[in-house]
Design a binder for this molecule. Sequence first.
Ligand SMILES: *Cc1c(COP(=O)(O)O)cnc(C)c1O
Length: 428
Amino acid sequence: MNTETGNIYKELGISDKVYQFSKEILDSLSTRFAEIDKTAEYNQLKVIKAMQDNKVSEACLLGTTGYGYNDLGRDTLEAVYASVFHAQDALVRPQITCGTHALALALISNLRPGDELLSPVGKPYDTLEEVIGIRPSKGSLAEYGITYKQIDLLADGSFDYENIKNAINEKTRLVTIQRSKGYQTRPTLSVQKIGELVSFIKKIKPDIICMVDNCYGEFVERLEPTDVGADMVVGSLIKNPGGGLAPIGGYIAGKRECVENAAYRLTSPGLGKEVGASLGILKDFYQGLFLAPTVTAGALKGAVFAANVYERLGFKVVPNATEPRHDIIQAVTFGTPEGVIAFCKGIQAAAPVDSFVTPEPWDMPGYDSKVIMAAGAFVSGSSIELSADGPIKPPYAVYFQGGLTFEHARFGIMKSLQSIVDAGLVTL
Ligand SMILES: *Cc1c(COP(=O)(O)O)cnc(C)c1O
């Protein structure tokens, strides 16, 4: 460790043992990382091509105020997103406040009273329970007379085709498919699998709208769900596609009619996409999208590195050290509260912002146990930046994701390991 880099790791609190252990693991991952780089290369070119094809110009980086009529930059950015996702149209707006808002918007604008929503992949992301009305909430789909059916995945993680078929009826209007496992234990769906499910559903009822919650999945593979038949993809700009630079926002890309419905709901019937000033935000949206393929690749490498570190130490990791990846989330089960806490303290101590604060478990609203969170982000709550959280309850697992650069993700994981070693929870 007697090199300049070794020395600065030492100054940042990394011991010889942690450095060596990490280095050995990283040396074994070069083939894996080369694959990730190849995907990033393809996706980088896809984004550049979309920007060139749509003639992104310097004028596009400026914004409008007031009503935002004739906002060249906004309209061009939406055309760029449509190109990237090989979709007919897109809605990409700072007025969409987060991923949940984008999903809620896509749902409520494309469903009408009397329609039924189907999730053929089990329980959706926590925040969608209130959107749908699984947990009663003001303004839920249930309040508007939109019913919901759910078919869980089979025990081995595959689709329950028989029951999906039986669940589809004359009321079924929209199917929601969550690509990422989110904070569950089921596997994340590959784009190929999503394509198989969409084909199956369309064969039974061709006019069903297939929507994919694309959060954490963008640019992880070469294909996106819209490449394999999905009618809409929906996500957050403070995750993968914002590249860490977007300070807010969400997107919906897909069939023209679906996007139009969403636009009329976001602004107003009669106004749709024509209004919505972009203010000064567009340069960050463009530049963030430009960086997104490589930022996502860095986060993916960090996740693969962590899986290998903690699997080697005997902890259960999901996904495991060798399996293919379809999103950027990594789960590590420590089995003790001390493990979860030490991990999160290490991630926090590696942050560029707020590295000196110590995260503590707290009673977060909406959760049934204490939760500890580590985040030292430039954009508050951004989970494309290195971040981790863990509910303090069995099986004592921590979920972490992000890192705007692989170097930071690597350092964060080394700090987490150092923290766990220092707490006496493992010996190297
Ligand atoms: C993050 C996420 C959401 C919700 O996004 P927010 O921006 O936190 O509202 C929905 N679905 C999945 C799978 C997610 O990962």
